[in-house]
Ligand binder design. Structure first.
Ligand code: FAD
Length: 481
Protein backbone atom coordinates (compact mmCIF):
# COMPACT_ATOMS: atom_id res chain seq x y z
CA UNK A 1 0.00 0.00 0.00
CA UNK A 2 1.41 3.45 -0.92
CA UNK A 3 1.87 5.87 1.94
CA UNK A 4 -1.03 8.05 0.70
CA UNK A 5 -3.27 5.01 0.45
CA UNK A 6 -2.40 4.28 4.09
CA UNK A 7 -3.36 7.85 4.96
CA UNK A 8 -6.70 7.51 3.13
CA UNK A 9 -7.45 4.64 5.48
CA UNK A 10 -7.26 6.94 8.53
CA UNK A 11 -8.20 10.38 7.18
CA UNK A 12 -11.26 11.66 5.37
CA UNK A 13 -10.14 11.40 1.70
CA UNK A 14 -11.64 14.86 1.07
CA UNK A 15 -8.90 16.23 3.34
CA UNK A 16 -6.19 14.85 1.03
CA UNK A 17 -5.62 17.05 -2.01
CA UNK A 18 -3.34 16.05 -4.88
CA UNK A 19 -4.83 18.24 -7.63
CA UNK A 20 -1.79 20.21 -8.92
CA UNK A 21 -3.85 23.38 -9.39
CA UNK A 22 -5.03 23.40 -5.79
CA UNK A 23 -1.57 22.47 -4.56
CA UNK A 24 0.27 25.14 -6.56
CA UNK A 25 -0.23 28.19 -4.26
CA UNK A 26 0.96 26.11 -1.30
CA UNK A 27 4.32 25.34 -2.92
CA UNK A 28 5.77 28.89 -3.04
CA UNK A 29 6.50 31.41 -0.34
CA UNK A 30 4.98 34.90 -0.22
CA UNK A 31 8.13 36.57 -1.49
CA UNK A 32 8.52 34.12 -4.35
CA UNK A 33 12.02 33.14 -3.25
CA UNK A 34 11.35 29.48 -2.53
CA UNK A 35 9.66 26.91 -4.71
CA UNK A 36 8.92 23.34 -3.68
CA UNK A 37 6.92 20.23 -4.49
CA UNK A 38 4.71 17.99 -2.35
CA UNK A 39 3.09 14.59 -2.30
CA UNK A 40 -0.20 16.15 -1.19
CA UNK A 41 -1.86 18.99 0.65
CA UNK A 42 -3.61 17.81 3.82
CA UNK A 43 -6.52 19.84 5.18
CA UNK A 44 -7.70 18.38 8.48
CA UNK A 45 -10.80 19.75 10.19
CA UNK A 46 -10.11 18.47 13.69
CA UNK A 47 -7.27 18.03 16.15
CA UNK A 48 -7.86 14.25 16.01
CA UNK A 49 -7.22 14.36 12.26
CA UNK A 50 -3.98 16.30 12.82
CA UNK A 51 -2.97 13.60 15.28
CA UNK A 52 -3.80 10.83 12.78
CA UNK A 53 -1.73 12.61 10.11
CA UNK A 54 1.30 12.83 12.38
CA UNK A 55 1.02 9.17 13.42
CA UNK A 56 0.88 8.25 9.74
CA UNK A 57 3.82 10.54 8.93
CA UNK A 58 5.93 9.01 11.68
CA UNK A 59 5.08 5.47 10.59
CA UNK A 60 5.84 6.19 6.94
CA UNK A 61 8.74 8.58 7.63
CA UNK A 62 7.07 11.32 5.64
CA UNK A 63 8.11 14.93 6.20
CA UNK A 64 5.32 17.30 7.22
CA UNK A 65 5.46 21.01 6.45
CA UNK A 66 2.84 22.87 8.49
CA UNK A 67 1.36 25.88 6.75
CA UNK A 68 -0.87 28.68 8.00
CA UNK A 69 -1.54 31.74 5.85
CA UNK A 70 1.77 31.22 4.01
CA UNK A 71 2.78 34.82 4.65
CA UNK A 72 6.02 33.92 6.42
CA UNK A 73 9.06 35.84 5.19
CA UNK A 74 11.63 33.07 5.75
CA UNK A 75 10.24 30.35 3.49
CA UNK A 76 9.56 28.02 6.42
CA UNK A 77 6.15 26.96 5.11
CA UNK A 78 7.44 25.90 1.68
CA UNK A 79 8.30 22.22 1.13
CA UNK A 80 11.60 21.27 -0.47
CA UNK A 81 11.89 20.26 -4.11
CA UNK A 82 11.90 16.49 -3.51
CA UNK A 83 8.11 16.14 -3.63
CA UNK A 84 8.31 13.68 -0.74
CA UNK A 85 6.78 15.92 1.95
CA UNK A 86 3.15 16.72 2.65
CA UNK A 87 1.95 20.26 3.29
CA UNK A 88 -0.31 20.35 6.34
CA UNK A 89 -2.71 23.29 6.11
CA UNK A 90 -4.38 24.26 9.37
CA UNK A 91 -6.82 26.60 7.61
CA UNK A 92 -9.90 24.52 8.36
CA UNK A 93 -9.27 24.49 12.11
CA UNK A 94 -10.65 27.99 12.30
CA UNK A 95 -13.01 28.30 15.26
CA UNK A 96 -12.72 30.83 18.02
CA UNK A 97 -13.38 28.42 20.85
CA UNK A 98 -13.91 30.83 23.71
CA UNK A 99 -13.74 34.43 24.84
CA UNK A 100 -13.66 34.96 28.59
CA UNK A 101 -14.38 38.60 29.39
CA UNK A 102 -13.94 38.06 33.13
CA UNK A 103 -10.50 36.51 32.73
CA UNK A 104 -9.61 38.60 29.66
CA UNK A 105 -8.65 35.61 27.52
CA UNK A 106 -9.45 34.34 24.05
CA UNK A 107 -8.92 30.82 22.72
CA UNK A 108 -8.58 30.43 18.97
CA UNK A 109 -7.75 27.51 16.70
CA UNK A 110 -4.63 27.54 14.55
CA UNK A 111 -6.40 28.33 11.28
CA UNK A 112 -8.11 31.52 12.50
CA UNK A 113 -7.02 34.58 10.54
CA UNK A 114 -5.33 37.15 12.78
CA UNK A 115 -7.66 40.00 11.72
CA UNK A 116 -10.69 37.85 12.64
CA UNK A 117 -9.26 37.29 16.10
CA UNK A 118 -8.66 41.03 16.52
CA UNK A 119 -12.27 41.65 15.50
CA UNK A 120 -13.63 38.98 17.82
CA UNK A 121 -11.77 40.61 20.71
CA UNK A 122 -13.04 44.07 19.70
CA UNK A 123 -16.62 42.76 19.51
CA UNK A 124 -16.18 41.84 23.17
CA UNK A 125 -14.76 45.27 23.95
CA UNK A 126 -11.22 43.95 24.33
CA UNK A 127 -7.94 44.42 22.46
CA UNK A 128 -5.92 41.59 20.90
CA UNK A 129 -2.83 43.68 20.28
CA UNK A 130 -0.83 41.65 17.75
CA UNK A 131 -0.78 43.70 14.54
CA UNK A 132 1.18 42.92 11.35
CA UNK A 133 1.02 43.99 7.71
CA UNK A 134 -0.16 40.47 6.90
CA UNK A 135 -2.93 40.37 9.50
CA UNK A 136 -5.63 39.83 6.86
CA UNK A 137 -4.03 36.52 5.81
CA UNK A 138 -1.69 35.14 8.47
CA UNK A 139 -3.10 32.60 10.90
CA UNK A 140 -2.90 31.97 14.62
CA UNK A 141 -0.82 28.80 14.23
CA UNK A 142 1.64 30.68 12.04
CA UNK A 143 2.01 33.65 14.38
CA UNK A 144 2.56 31.33 17.34
CA UNK A 145 5.00 29.14 15.40
CA UNK A 146 7.03 32.20 14.38
CA UNK A 147 6.60 34.14 17.64
CA UNK A 148 5.51 37.05 15.47
CA UNK A 149 6.17 40.64 16.49
CA UNK A 150 4.70 43.54 14.51
CA UNK A 151 4.07 47.17 15.34
CA UNK A 152 2.82 46.89 18.92
CA UNK A 153 5.70 44.96 20.48
CA UNK A 154 7.03 48.07 22.20
CA UNK A 155 3.92 48.01 24.43
CA UNK A 156 2.53 44.45 24.41
CA UNK A 157 5.51 42.23 23.54
CA UNK A 158 5.71 39.46 20.96
CA UNK A 159 3.31 36.51 20.64
CA UNK A 160 5.25 34.77 23.41
CA UNK A 161 4.09 37.49 25.79
CA UNK A 162 0.48 37.01 24.75
CA UNK A 163 0.15 33.22 24.95
CA UNK A 164 -1.15 31.73 28.20
CA UNK A 165 -1.88 28.21 27.00
CA UNK A 166 -1.21 26.06 23.98
CA UNK A 167 -2.71 22.97 22.43
CA UNK A 168 -0.32 21.16 20.12
CA UNK A 169 0.29 17.79 18.53
CA UNK A 170 3.67 16.11 18.75
CA UNK A 171 5.28 14.14 15.94
CA UNK A 172 4.13 10.86 17.55
CA UNK A 173 0.52 12.06 17.36
CA UNK A 174 0.14 12.82 21.07
CA UNK A 175 -2.15 15.80 21.67
CA UNK A 176 -0.93 18.11 24.43
CA UNK A 177 -3.97 19.80 25.96
CA UNK A 178 -2.40 22.91 27.43
CA UNK A 179 -5.11 25.50 26.89
CA UNK A 180 -5.15 26.65 30.49
CA UNK A 181 -5.82 30.36 30.93
CA UNK A 182 -3.62 30.58 34.01
CA UNK A 183 -1.66 33.76 34.55
CA UNK A 184 0.54 31.98 37.07
CA UNK A 185 1.67 28.36 36.90
CA UNK A 186 5.01 27.18 38.24
CA UNK A 187 4.13 23.47 38.26
CA UNK A 188 6.95 22.07 36.16
CA UNK A 189 8.48 23.09 32.89
CA UNK A 190 6.67 25.49 30.55
CA UNK A 191 7.21 23.32 27.47
CA UNK A 192 4.89 25.52 25.42
CA UNK A 193 7.63 28.14 25.49
CA UNK A 194 9.72 25.80 23.34
CA UNK A 195 6.92 25.30 20.85
CA UNK A 196 6.30 29.05 20.47
CA UNK A 197 8.73 30.23 17.80
CA UNK A 198 9.80 26.71 16.82
CA UNK A 199 8.41 27.18 13.28
CA UNK A 200 6.85 23.75 13.07
CA UNK A 201 10.03 21.85 13.93
CA UNK A 202 8.77 20.53 17.28
CA UNK A 203 5.01 20.24 17.04
CA UNK A 204 1.89 21.33 15.20
CA UNK A 205 0.05 24.12 17.02
CA UNK A 206 -3.70 23.49 16.91
CA UNK A 207 -5.01 26.19 19.28
CA UNK A 208 -3.83 28.87 21.68
CA UNK A 209 -5.24 30.79 24.62
CA UNK A 210 -4.19 34.43 24.60
CA UNK A 211 -4.42 37.26 27.07
CA UNK A 212 -6.59 40.22 26.06
CA UNK A 213 -6.22 43.86 27.04
CA UNK A 214 -8.49 46.84 27.64
CA UNK A 215 -9.49 48.38 24.33
CA UNK A 216 -7.98 51.80 23.66
CA UNK A 217 -10.66 54.50 23.81
CA UNK A 218 -8.49 57.22 22.36
CA UNK A 219 -5.46 57.13 20.10
CA UNK A 220 -3.22 59.55 18.26
CA UNK A 221 -0.93 58.95 15.29
CA UNK A 222 1.90 60.97 13.77
CA UNK A 223 4.31 60.68 10.88
CA UNK A 224 7.51 62.62 11.56
CA UNK A 225 10.33 63.63 9.25
CA UNK A 226 13.79 63.75 10.79
CA UNK A 227 17.46 63.80 9.98
CA UNK A 228 18.77 60.50 11.29
CA UNK A 229 18.17 57.47 13.54
CA UNK A 230 20.01 59.30 16.33
CA UNK A 231 17.20 61.88 16.50
CA UNK A 232 14.67 59.05 16.30
CA UNK A 233 15.99 57.54 19.54
CA UNK A 234 16.11 60.95 21.22
CA UNK A 235 12.50 61.47 20.20
CA UNK A 236 11.60 58.07 21.63
CA UNK A 237 13.21 59.00 24.95
CA UNK A 238 11.30 62.31 25.03
CA UNK A 239 8.05 60.55 24.22
CA UNK A 240 8.64 57.93 26.91
CA UNK A 241 9.00 60.67 29.49
CA UNK A 242 5.77 62.29 28.37
CA UNK A 243 3.59 59.32 27.46
CA UNK A 244 5.11 56.27 29.18
CA UNK A 245 3.26 53.07 28.44
CA UNK A 246 0.82 54.86 26.12
CA UNK A 247 3.35 54.47 23.28
CA UNK A 248 1.97 51.53 21.32
CA UNK A 249 4.06 51.92 18.13
CA UNK A 250 7.29 53.64 17.23
CA UNK A 251 8.53 52.69 13.76
CA UNK A 252 11.44 53.91 11.66
CA UNK A 253 11.83 54.12 7.87
CA UNK A 254 14.53 55.60 5.64
CA UNK A 255 13.67 57.79 2.68
CA UNK A 256 14.81 55.16 0.16
CA UNK A 257 12.21 52.74 1.52
CA UNK A 258 9.61 55.53 1.55
CA UNK A 259 10.38 56.26 -2.13
CA UNK A 260 10.00 52.63 -3.08
CA UNK A 261 6.69 52.32 -1.24
CA UNK A 262 5.28 55.51 -2.76
CA UNK A 263 6.41 54.42 -6.24
CA UNK A 264 5.31 50.80 -6.15
CA UNK A 265 2.23 50.54 -3.96
CA UNK A 266 -0.92 52.23 -5.24
CA UNK A 267 -2.90 54.30 -2.78
CA UNK A 268 0.11 55.50 -0.79
CA UNK A 269 0.85 59.21 -0.28
CA UNK A 270 3.24 61.17 1.91
CA UNK A 271 1.33 63.56 4.20
CA UNK A 272 4.37 65.82 4.72
CA UNK A 273 5.26 68.85 2.61
CA UNK A 274 8.68 67.61 1.63
CA UNK A 275 10.88 64.55 1.79
CA UNK A 276 13.14 63.86 4.77
CA UNK A 277 16.06 61.48 5.21
CA UNK A 278 14.20 59.44 7.84
CA UNK A 279 10.65 59.01 9.09
CA UNK A 280 9.13 57.85 12.35
CA UNK A 281 5.60 56.49 12.67
CA UNK A 282 4.11 56.95 16.14
CA UNK A 283 0.93 55.78 17.82
CA UNK A 284 -0.16 56.63 21.35
CA UNK A 285 -3.25 54.97 22.79
CA UNK A 286 -5.10 55.09 26.08
CA UNK A 287 -7.88 52.91 27.43
CA UNK A 288 -9.10 55.89 29.48
CA UNK A 289 -11.48 57.88 27.26
CA UNK A 290 -10.44 61.10 28.98
CA UNK A 291 -6.77 60.40 28.21
CA UNK A 292 -5.22 63.36 26.42
CA UNK A 293 -3.12 61.41 23.94
CA UNK A 294 -3.78 63.86 21.09
CA UNK A 295 -2.61 66.87 23.11
CA UNK A 296 0.24 64.87 24.58
CA UNK A 297 1.53 63.91 21.16
CA UNK A 298 1.14 67.43 19.75
CA UNK A 299 2.90 68.98 22.76
CA UNK A 300 5.75 66.47 22.72
CA UNK A 301 6.32 66.82 19.00
CA UNK A 302 6.29 70.61 19.48
CA UNK A 303 9.04 70.28 22.09
CA UNK A 304 10.95 67.96 19.77
CA UNK A 305 10.70 70.54 16.98
CA UNK A 306 12.05 73.23 19.31
CA UNK A 307 14.91 70.97 20.34
CA UNK A 308 15.78 70.29 16.71
CA UNK A 309 14.97 66.57 16.92
CA UNK A 310 12.25 66.87 14.33
CA UNK A 311 12.02 68.58 10.97
CA UNK A 312 8.28 68.18 10.42
CA UNK A 313 5.32 66.14 11.60
CA UNK A 314 1.88 65.28 10.25
CA UNK A 315 -0.81 64.59 12.83
CA UNK A 316 -3.94 63.21 11.20
CA UNK A 317 -7.27 64.82 11.99
CA UNK A 318 -9.41 61.83 11.11
CA UNK A 319 -9.33 58.04 11.34
CA UNK A 320 -9.04 57.85 7.55
CA UNK A 321 -5.91 60.00 7.60
CA UNK A 322 -4.42 57.90 10.40
CA UNK A 323 -5.15 54.73 8.40
CA UNK A 324 -3.45 56.24 5.36
CA UNK A 325 -0.29 56.77 7.43
CA UNK A 326 -0.29 53.19 8.67
CA UNK A 327 -0.98 51.97 5.13
CA UNK A 328 2.39 53.50 4.19
CA UNK A 329 4.10 51.48 6.88
CA UNK A 330 2.24 48.24 6.18
CA UNK A 331 2.86 48.50 2.41
CA UNK A 332 6.63 48.17 2.80
CA UNK A 333 6.76 44.38 2.41
CA UNK A 334 4.68 44.61 -0.76
CA UNK A 335 6.94 47.35 -2.16
CA UNK A 336 10.04 45.28 -1.46
CA UNK A 337 8.46 42.24 -3.10
CA UNK A 338 7.76 44.27 -6.25
CA UNK A 339 11.16 45.95 -6.32
CA UNK A 340 13.15 43.16 -7.95
CA UNK A 341 16.22 41.51 -6.49
CA UNK A 342 16.41 42.34 -2.82
CA UNK A 343 18.34 40.69 -0.04
CA UNK A 344 16.64 41.43 3.24
CA UNK A 345 17.37 40.87 6.90
CA UNK A 346 15.36 40.85 10.09
CA UNK A 347 18.01 41.99 12.52
CA UNK A 348 17.58 42.70 16.19
CA UNK A 349 20.06 44.79 18.18
CA UNK A 350 19.88 46.66 21.46
CA UNK A 351 17.68 49.72 20.95
CA UNK A 352 20.55 52.06 21.87
CA UNK A 353 22.75 50.44 19.19
CA UNK A 354 20.33 51.01 16.31
CA UNK A 355 22.00 54.18 14.91
CA UNK A 356 25.51 52.69 15.04
CA UNK A 357 24.27 49.41 13.53
CA UNK A 358 22.62 51.27 10.65
CA UNK A 359 25.77 53.34 10.07
CA UNK A 360 27.94 50.21 10.03
CA UNK A 361 25.69 48.47 7.49
CA UNK A 362 25.57 51.61 5.31
CA UNK A 363 29.37 51.87 5.30
CA UNK A 364 29.78 48.17 4.51
CA UNK A 365 27.22 48.28 1.69
CA UNK A 366 28.72 51.43 0.12
CA UNK A 367 32.11 49.75 0.02
CA UNK A 368 31.18 46.19 -0.97
CA UNK A 369 27.94 46.51 -2.91
CA UNK A 370 28.02 49.99 -4.48
CA UNK A 371 25.46 48.96 -7.12
CA UNK A 372 22.81 48.27 -4.44
CA UNK A 373 20.41 50.66 -2.71
CA UNK A 374 20.53 50.08 1.04
CA UNK A 375 17.18 50.48 2.79
CA UNK A 376 16.11 50.34 6.41
CA UNK A 377 12.72 49.97 7.99
CA UNK A 378 11.68 48.52 11.29
CA UNK A 379 10.36 48.46 14.75
CA UNK A 380 13.00 50.75 16.20
CA UNK A 381 11.20 50.92 19.54
CA UNK A 382 12.18 47.28 20.11
CA UNK A 383 15.50 47.27 18.19
CA UNK A 384 14.23 45.23 15.20
CA UNK A 385 15.64 46.73 12.01
CA UNK A 386 14.97 45.23 8.58
CA UNK A 387 17.97 45.81 6.33
CA UNK A 388 17.26 45.53 2.61
CA UNK A 389 19.86 45.64 -0.14
CA UNK A 390 18.12 46.28 -3.43
CA UNK A 391 20.07 45.35 -6.55
CA UNK A 392 19.38 46.61 -10.09
CA UNK A 393 16.69 44.62 -11.92
CA UNK A 394 19.17 43.80 -14.69
CA UNK A 395 21.45 41.87 -12.29
CA UNK A 396 22.05 38.54 -14.10
CA UNK A 397 20.09 35.67 -12.55
CA UNK A 398 23.22 33.54 -12.16
CA UNK A 399 24.64 36.13 -9.74
CA UNK A 400 21.63 36.16 -7.42
CA UNK A 401 22.60 33.29 -5.13
CA UNK A 402 26.21 34.44 -4.77
CA UNK A 403 25.16 38.01 -4.08
CA UNK A 404 22.71 36.80 -1.47
CA UNK A 405 25.34 34.79 0.35
CA UNK A 406 27.88 37.61 0.15
CA UNK A 407 25.44 40.17 1.57
CA UNK A 408 24.29 37.78 4.27
CA UNK A 409 27.86 37.11 5.39
CA UNK A 410 28.53 40.83 5.77
CA UNK A 411 25.28 41.74 7.53
CA UNK A 412 25.48 38.71 9.84
CA UNK A 413 29.05 39.65 10.79
CA UNK A 414 27.99 43.19 11.69
CA UNK A 415 24.97 41.87 13.58
CA UNK A 416 27.23 39.54 15.51
CA UNK A 417 29.61 42.41 16.33
CA UNK A 418 26.67 44.21 17.91
CA UNK A 419 25.62 41.13 19.86
CA UNK A 420 22.39 41.06 17.87
CA UNK A 421 20.15 38.37 16.41
CA UNK A 422 19.86 37.54 12.69
CA UNK A 423 16.12 37.12 13.06
CA UNK A 424 13.99 39.16 15.40
CA UNK A 425 10.55 38.03 14.29
CA UNK A 426 10.52 36.27 10.89
CA UNK A 427 12.27 33.10 12.01
CA UNK A 428 14.90 30.89 10.43
CA UNK A 429 12.73 29.01 7.95
CA UNK A 430 14.53 27.94 4.81
CA UNK A 431 16.11 31.35 4.24
CA UNK A 432 18.46 31.18 7.21
CA UNK A 433 18.66 27.42 7.71
CA UNK A 434 22.28 26.47 7.37
CA UNK A 435 23.47 30.08 7.41
CA UNK A 436 26.60 30.53 9.43
CA UNK A 437 25.26 33.02 11.92
CA UNK A 438 27.17 33.46 15.11
CA UNK A 439 24.83 33.95 18.02
CA UNK A 440 26.75 35.29 21.02
CA UNK A 441 24.44 33.84 23.65
CA UNK A 442 25.94 30.44 24.28
CA UNK A 443 27.58 30.18 20.88
CA UNK A 444 24.56 28.48 19.31
CA UNK A 445 24.27 28.92 15.59
CA UNK A 446 21.22 29.47 13.49
CA UNK A 447 21.94 26.52 11.28
CA UNK A 448 21.70 24.14 14.20
CA UNK A 449 18.02 24.51 14.87
CA UNK A 450 17.05 20.95 14.19
CA UNK A 451 16.75 19.15 17.46
CA UNK A 452 13.73 17.13 16.46
CA UNK A 453 13.50 15.55 13.09
CA UNK A 454 15.08 18.42 11.24
CA UNK A 455 18.23 18.07 9.24
CA UNK A 456 21.01 20.53 9.85
CA UNK A 457 22.48 21.69 6.56
CA UNK A 458 25.93 21.54 8.02
CA UNK A 459 25.52 18.01 9.33
CA UNK A 460 23.23 16.33 6.83
CA UNK A 461 24.13 12.92 8.16
CA UNK A 462 22.70 13.82 11.55
CA UNK A 463 19.17 13.04 10.39
CA UNK A 464 20.02 9.55 9.28
CA UNK A 465 17.99 7.15 11.26
CA UNK A 466 15.99 9.93 12.82
CA UNK A 467 12.41 9.06 13.35
CA UNK A 468 9.70 11.45 12.83
CA UNK A 469 9.44 14.45 10.94
CA UNK A 470 7.73 17.70 11.44
CA UNK A 471 9.72 19.40 8.72
CA UNK A 472 11.49 18.90 5.50
CA UNK A 473 15.23 19.12 5.23
CA UNK A 474 16.43 22.52 4.26
CA UNK A 475 18.15 23.17 0.97
CA UNK A 476 20.76 25.78 1.38
CA UNK A 477 21.85 27.94 -1.44
CA UNK A 478 18.71 28.14 -3.54
CA UNK A 479 17.79 31.64 -2.59
CA UNK A 480 19.61 34.91 -2.32
CA UNK A 481 18.41 35.34 1.26
C1 FAD B 1 3.04 42.16 4.29
C2 FAD B 1 3.68 41.36 5.42
C3 FAD B 1 4.00 41.99 6.59
C4 FAD B 1 4.55 41.26 7.65
N1 FAD B 1 4.86 41.91 8.81
C5 FAD B 1 5.35 41.20 9.84
C6 FAD B 1 5.64 41.85 11.08
O1 FAD B 1 5.51 43.07 11.23
N2 FAD B 1 6.08 41.08 12.10
C7 FAD B 1 6.26 39.73 12.00
O2 FAD B 1 6.62 39.08 12.97
N3 FAD B 1 6.02 39.10 10.82
C8 FAD B 1 5.58 39.79 9.76
N4 FAD B 1 5.34 39.16 8.57
C9 FAD B 1 5.65 37.72 8.44
C10 FAD B 1 4.46 36.77 8.66
O3 FAD B 1 3.23 37.35 8.44
C11 FAD B 1 4.51 36.19 10.03
O4 FAD B 1 5.68 35.42 10.10
C12 FAD B 1 3.33 35.31 10.41
O5 FAD B 1 3.52 35.03 11.77
C13 FAD B 1 3.22 34.01 9.64
O6 FAD B 1 1.91 33.48 9.77
P1 FAD B 1 1.33 32.47 8.69
O7 FAD B 1 0.05 31.92 9.22
O8 FAD B 1 1.28 33.08 7.36
O9 FAD B 1 2.44 31.32 8.74
P2 FAD B 1 3.13 30.54 7.54
O10 FAD B 1 3.85 31.47 6.64
O11 FAD B 1 2.15 29.63 6.89
O12 FAD B 1 4.18 29.69 8.36
C14 FAD B 1 5.24 30.30 9.04
C15 FAD B 1 6.05 29.23 9.78
O13 FAD B 1 5.26 28.65 10.82
C16 FAD B 1 5.06 27.25 10.59
N5 FAD B 1 3.66 26.98 10.94
C17 FAD B 1 2.56 27.55 10.39
N6 FAD B 1 1.45 27.11 11.03
C18 FAD B 1 1.87 26.25 11.99
C19 FAD B 1 1.21 25.47 12.98
N7 FAD B 1 -0.11 25.49 13.12
N8 FAD B 1 1.96 24.71 13.80
C20 FAD B 1 3.30 24.67 13.69
N9 FAD B 1 3.98 25.38 12.76
C21 FAD B 1 3.28 26.17 11.94
C22 FAD B 1 5.39 27.03 9.12
O14 FAD B 1 5.85 25.71 8.89
C23 FAD B 1 6.47 28.07 8.90
O15 FAD B 1 7.69 27.59 9.37
C24 FAD B 1 4.81 39.88 7.49
C25 FAD B 1 4.50 39.25 6.30
C26 FAD B 1 3.94 39.98 5.25
C27 FAD B 1 3.60 39.26 3.98
Amino acid sequence: MSSLAALRAVLDPAAIVTDPQVLAPHLNDWRGKHQGAALALLRPRTVEEVSAILRWATATRTSVVPQGGNTGLSGGATPDASGAAVVLSLARLNRIRAIDSAGDTLTAEAGCILADVQQAAAANDRLFPLSLGSEGSCQIGGVVATNAGGINVIRYGTVRDLVLGLEYVRADGAVIHGLRPLRKDNAGYALRELVIGSEGTLAIVTAATFRLFPRPRVSATALCGLASPVEALQLLALLRQAAGERISSFELMCDGEMSLTLDLVPGTALPLERRHSWYVFIELADSDASGRVGELLTETLGTALEQGLLQDAAIPQSEAQAKAIWHLRFAVAEANRRAGLSVSHDTSVAVADVPAFIAAVEAMAAERFPEARTLFVGHVGDGNIHVILLFPRETPAERHADLGHAVNAQVFAITSDFGGSPTAEHGIGRSLAGADVACPAGGARAHARGQAGFRSARHPQSRRGARATVKQPCDRGKSPE
